[in-house]
Each structure stands twice: as structure tokens, then as C-alpha cells.
Design a protein around this ligand. Structure first.
Ligand code: NDP
Ligand SMILES: O=C(O)C1=N[C@H](C(=O)O)C[C@H](O)C1
Length: 237
């Protein structure tokens, strides 16, 4: 993703690539030397939060695609930003416009279905499971169900091999497939008696994330504080 973002920034006429950092580089020193106004972080779950705190201290806006964020780590960033007014941080689990729309459509549909499960499918080099996108999707489905007063998803499973029913994200089951040849894919299954709605998104190439990343880079300077999810930058109604 780092290489793809550098290429996308370099090919955008209104943006300039100020610098690029890799594992082992000093983030504070690197951004200061580059003079960058906005930094983009696609690293690893273990490193991203520290990177963001360094960027906030340096007064540099951050666009973050790295997954693995928790409510606690996001809370620490939100708190830090209150000490540095004017700096903006966007954390988005998926920058592909189709994936953002799929999440929105799933949240809109969730209240009308008794059952909901999420299947995410990725390349086998991915280090985190379930994907950040699947977590975000399941949380949005769960929130929509709670708002609508729906009961728990029906499931009579009494005995199961560990993992057979996937991970439980706010009461929504999420299943992770890792398969050579895949890039990033998600299927949201919604069921009622006698019918099923399937919402599916496929990223076949990492260029699919670039329009969203560039949109965020251009927008973040005018969005102080913490924003979670690219949907807040899109006019989705
Ligand atoms: N939001 C979105 O739309 C998308 C999000 N992602 C997420 O982005 C992240 C990166 O994905 P991807 O590019 O495929 O992963 P890669 O493993 O290909 O790249 C991760 C990079 O981070 C570097 N790195 C490791 N540790 C550090 C560190 N401490 N500081 C700085 N850099 C570090 C690695 O360096 P080295 O190789 O030397 O270890 C590597 O270059 C993942 O969390 C993934 O889930 C991915 C695609 C889209
Ligand atoms: O690791 C990936 O590749 C991806 N990670 C993100 C996630 O965890 O949701 C976004 C996309 O699915 C690609």
C-alpha cells in the first residue's frame, strides 16, 4: 500500500510527495525533514498508533489506513488531539469507494433482516483477522439492529469446533478466509425466512483504494479532530 500511495500522490497534479518512511525510520524526524503537511500511514497494527501520536506532536495531519484499531486506541488519539487544536486525523478501515458504499448499504438493510453474518476474504499475507472493514461493517449492522430493537441473531449452535462460527463482533458473526490469489473482498449475508440479500464488494487491485486516499489527503486539513471512516467525507445523504 505504501508504494501504491506514493505513486498515486506523485501522479496527482495538486499534490507533492514530500517524503516516504519505512520501518525503523524516526517518524518525528522524518516528517520534520520533509516539511509534509499531511502524512499517510499504511503500516502494521503494532506501529500505527505510535506513528499517529508522533504526527500529532509534529502538528502534521494524518490519513490512516492501517487496521487493528480499538475503541481504546482511538480514544487515546481523540484525547491527544484535544491538546493540539487544528490537527486532523482520519482513520478509515477501507478507502475503496465501493467498500464504503457496501458498508452503508448493509447498515441500511440490517434492520429488515432477522439474520446477518459477514464473510471477509483476503490474500494470505494479511496479519490481522477479522479485517478492519469487516469489524466496521459488523459494528454498523449491530448498531442498526439495536436501534431497530431487533433480537439477537438466531443461532441454535450448541456444540462447535473452536472458530467454526467465526468471531463475534457485537453479536454479529464474522468469518475470515485467507486465500492466495485474493486481494480484498467482503460479503454481507442478510437473511429472512424464504429470502436472502447478499451485498458483495471486491477489490481486485490496490489502485481501488487510491481515490479514497487522495480524497482524504485533500480533505483532512479542514477536518480537525478524529474522524473514523471515509463515509464522513462522502456526501452519502
Ligand atoms: N484502509 C484501507 O483501505 C486499506 C488498509 N490496509 C491496511 O493497511 C495496512 C498495511 O497493508 P499492506 O500495505 O498490505 O501491508 P504490508 O505488510 O505490505 O506493508 C506494511 C508496511 O509497513 C512497514 N512497517 C512495519 N513496521 C513498521 C513500523 N514500525 N513503522 C513503519 N512501517 C512499518 C513494513 O515494512 P517491512 O516490510 O520492512 O516490515 C511494510 O512496508 C494493513 O493494516 C492493512 O490491513 C490495506 C489495504 C487497504
Ligand atoms: O490487508 C488488506 O489487504 C486490507 N485491509 C483492510 C482491512 O483490514 O479491512 C482493507 C482492505 O480490506 C484491504
Amino acid at each position: 500500500m505504501g508504494r501504491t500511495v506514493c505513486a498515486a500522490v506523485e501522479s496527482a497534479v495538486d499534490l507533492r510527495l514530500a517524503g516516504a518512511l519505512d520501518a525503523g525510520d524516526d517518524v518525528a524526524a522524518g516528517v520534520a525533514a520533509s516539511g509534509a503537511r499531511v502524512a499517510v500511514d499504511f503500516t502494521v497494527p503494532d506501529a500505527t498508533e505510535a506513528n499517529v501520536h508522533s504526527l500529532i506532536d509534529a502538528g502534521v495531519h494524518a490519513v490512516v489506513g492501517t487496521t487493528g484499531w480499538t475503541a481504546e486506541s482511538l480514544g487515546r488519539v481523540r484525547d491527544h488531539l484535544t491538546d493540539v487544536p487544528g490537527v486532523g486525523v482520519l482513520v478509515a478501515p477501507n478507502f475503496a469507494l465501493g467498500a464504503v458504499l457496501a458498508m452503508r448499504f448493509a447498515a441500511q438493510a440490517a434492520r429488515y433482516f432477522e439474520s446477518a453474518e459477514v464473510v471477509e476474504l483476503h490474500h494470505p499475507d494479511k496479519v490481522d483477522a477479522p479485517s478492519g472493514t469487516a469489524r466496521h461493517t459488523a459494528q454498523a449492522i449491530a448498531a442498526a439492529r439495536a436501534d431497530a430493537g431487533l433480537d439477537a441473531v438466531p443461532d441454535a449452535t450448541a456444540t462447535a469446533l473452536a472458530g467454526a462460527r467465526g468471531a463475534d463482533v457485537d453479536g454479529i458473526r464474522v468469518h475470515s478466509v485467507r486465500l492466495r490469489g485474493l486481494v480484498a473482498h467482503e460479503e454481507i449475508l442478510l437473511g429472512n425466512r424464504g429470502e436472502q440479500l447478499t451485498i458483495r464488494h471486491d477489490s481486485f487491485d490496490r489502485v481501488s483504494f487510491m481515490p479514497g486516499v487522495l480524497l482524504a489527503v485533500r480533505a483532512i486539513e479542514s477536518r480537525p479532530g478524529l474522524t473514523v471512516g471515509l463515509e464522513h467525507l462522502l456526501d452519502l445523504g
